[in-house]
Unconditional design. Structure first.
Length: 454
């Protein structure tokens, strides 16, 4: 069996060794290689064309079409940066500016802990302490929001300043001395607070004065020219449980707060105190139209002479152009003493108020028109205009002038004692803290004294 298998393997080996290696013919090798190269070349040409086409397409995309996306991206980036910048700007504190400096004024910041002299138009910051030396004063102003005047020998610290936009909050500590504050329309619905050792004064849209008097019993005085001030004691004496810690001080009133005591009941300002408050009109934003009256009890008599009227040139656009022509006519009427021209002028003024109403100056113009009619001896027209002031602007700080003027005209010109007395009584009941109330009290007191003598 083994010998048979060996024989088979020997034959297989003989057959295999007899086989020859098969080599491709030259013609076959050439044809194969040619076709292979053609395929490769076609593939390469297609790839080169596609690559070139892709490059051309890319060049068009970046050379012609990308301008719009780039501009859009640039604009978007600019808007984002502006938004970030505005946000950063808006959340920064609204620092008041130092203006109208007189004499030596010093400031000390928390970081430096050393006094330096304040320069004009310097931005003061939270934590700064400002001090005016003898015969010195300075104004701290935030345009259209508030203005503070520090009198000589005053020391003030800036406690809090809110961001520039939105509901504002400004808080100051009056350490010693006297300050005047005038709150502008731009700070409406915002908080303006003055802290002293004895009290906290919160302005409710106003002009007021805070004064610290340091003697045996240190106290804080608050006097109000316009608007109201909420005054709260910093302490509550244990033995006084029912006393009010907070009082509202209205226009023409004052209160006093001793350290450790509650505020005194607000009282009417004295005539001398009224004159001292006139300085409040010098700080902050000046009115566009103003009657040139002294802050004395006889200002109603000054009105009826009549008084001059002041027109600011800071914002002339607020005054109708027609007023310039009217002012020229008034000047001509005064120069020629022509009553007809006077009447024409005053009627044009009244027409201007009717056609171009503006709460900022209507009261002043109406009072001037009423006084003008009285100057022309047209008493009934004067009363009509003054009554219009009371009807349209009963809460104006100048309304007491109109009410008192009505009483004077009825008493002195129209010989109507009953209506005169009624007008005077309305001054006392509606405007008890006004200068006109002081005038009426004197007037009625003199009349009463004269009647007793008779």
């Amino acid at each position: 069996m083994i010998d048979m298998d060996r024989e088979i393997f020997d034959r297989f080996d003989m057959v295999m060794s007899a086989l020859k290696a098969i080599e491709p013919t030259p013609s076959f090798d050439f044809e194969f290689r040619r076709r292979l190269n053609e395929v490769i070349e076609k593939k390469y040409e297609a790839s080169a064309f596609e690559l070139m086409a892709e490059r051309v397409a890319e060049s068009f995309r970046y050379a012609l079409l990308p301008k719009v996306p780039v501009l859009v991206r640039s604009a978007a980036t600019f808007i984002v940066l502006m938004a970030i910048g505005l946000y950063i700007y808006s959340v920064q504190p609204s620092n008041p500016l130092s203006l109208h400096k007189e004499g030596v004024v010093l400031a000390m910041s928390p970081k430096d802990a050393a006094w330096r002299e304040v320069v004009s138009r310097e931005r003061l910051k939270v934590g700064d302490i400002i001090m005016t030396e003898r015969d010195s004063q300075i104004d701290l102003v935030l345009f259209n929001k508030y203005a503070i005047r520090m009198k000589a020998g005053t020391k003030l610290r800036i406690e809090e300043l809110t961001p520039r936009y939105g509901k504002g909050r400004a808080r100051f500590s009056l350490l010693e001395g006297k300050m005047l504050a005038s709150i502008g329309t731009g700070f409406k619905s915002s908080s303006f607070i003055i802290d002293t050792e004895a009290a906290v004064a919160k302005a409710l849209g106003t002009k007021f004065v805070v004064n610290i008097q340091k003697d045996k019993n240190s106290k804080t005085d608050i006097s109000v020219l316009e608007g109201e001030v909420e005054v709260e004691s910093r302490f509550r004496p244990k033995e006084i449980f029912l006393a009010k810690r907070t009082v509202i001080v209205g226009a023409g009133q004052k209160t006093e707060v001793y350290v450790g005591q509650v505020p005194l009941t607000p009282q009417r300002l004295l005539e001398e105190e009224w004159r001292q408050l006139e300085e409040l009109y010098q700080i902050g934003k000046k009115p566009t139209v103003m009657l040139l009256l002294r802050n004395t009890t006889d200002r109603v008599e000054q009105l009826l002479r009549p008084c001059p009227i002041y027109i600011s040139d800071e914002k002339p656009i607020e005054i109708p152009e027609i007023f310039e022509d009217i002012a020229i006519k008034i000047g001509e009427a005064v120069k020629t003493q022509d009553k007809a021209k006077h009447l024409e002028s005053v009627r044009l003024l009244e027409k201007m108020i009717k056609e171009y109403p503006n709460p900022k100056y209507d009261v002043q113009f109406l009072l001037y028109i009423g006084a003008y009619y009285e100057y022309l001896s047209d008493h009934k027209e004067a009363v009509r205009i003054f009554e219009k002031v009371l009807e349209n602007y009963p809460n104006s700080t100048l309304a007491s002038l109109a009410q008192c003027a009505i009483g004077i005209i009825y008493e002195e010109k129209l010989n109507n004692k009953e209506k005169a007395d009624m007008a005077y009584r309305l001054v006392l009941t509606r405007y008890p803290n006004s200068l006109e109330a002081i005038w009426v009290e004197k007037r009625l007191g003199i009349k009463k004294l004269a009647n007793n003598i008779k």
